[in-house]
Design a protein around this ligand. Structure first.
Ligand code: HEC
Length: 179
């Protein structure tokens, strides 16, 4: 290996005589030496103890913590029901109607026959018409221009607006947006 290029004037050998500091052979302080020996002895005892005699492992600890976190999350966000709890609930449907006319009607028309968005009253459902499908469509949005409403509306409002859509008069056949 070649010596790093150090400018002549900063080489220690050359500055040493000027500032009076010189190298000398000194053994390290005893406390330093014994601390070093102690760390080696500690490692010889601890490493076998850790690997052989304990069951502790960082990956198991991580798993335990992740399970606990998942459990906490499950409590704070109850699983989304796959059945609309508001079918036939007049009060909820009335609330859903308000949501539909203020938010959804702009794209789906007040009667649900479709405008920018497809008809919601025909027989054709691109993304399915089970309660779970519809909830997924409205909460998470769909790539063809349907926005996601979960953040703004929350599950309750989504179920209610879907309950209202269920009451809109049907127009059998293929409506707007059907292929
Ligand atoms: C900005 C316009 C717009 C608004 C507002 C909007 N939608 Fe949509 N919606 C669309 C478009 C566009 C699609 C078609 C998406 C696709 O084909 O991927 C769609 C699709 C849907 C579908 C799926 C239809 C199918 O055939 O599977 C449902 C259900 C739906 N919207 C309900 C709603 C509800 C409920 C609201 C109000 C909370 C709403 N939409 C608000 C534009 C909109």
């Amino acid at each position: 290996m070649s010596e790093p290029a150090v400018p002549e004037s900063t080489r220690p050998e050359e500055t040493a005589p000027e500032d009076g500091i010189e190298d000398a052979e000194q053994s390290i302080p005893p406390w330093w030496w014994w601390t070093w020996i102690a760390t080696i002895l500690f490692a010889l005892v601890y490493a076998p103890y850790y690997h052989i005699f304990t069951k502790w492992s960082s990956s198991a600890q991580l798993e335990t913590e992740q399970r606990a976190a998942a459990a906490r999350l499950a409590i704070s966000a109850p699983p989304v029901a796959d059945r609309n709890p508001y079918h036939g609930n007049a009060a909820a449907i009335a609330e859903g109607r308000v949501t539909f006319t203020t938010i959804c009607a702009a794209c789906h028309k007040p009667d649900g026959t479709g405008l920018v968005g497809p008809s919601l009253v025909d027989d054709y459902w691109k993304y399915g018409d089970t309660d779970a499908d519809l909830f997924k469509t409205v909460s998470g949005g769909r790539p063809g221009g349907m926005p996601a409403w979960q953040a703004q509306m929350g599950a309750e409002k989504i179920w209610k607006v879907l309950a209202y859509i269920g009451t809109l008069p049907k127009q059998p056949g293929k409506g707007l947006g059907a292929p």
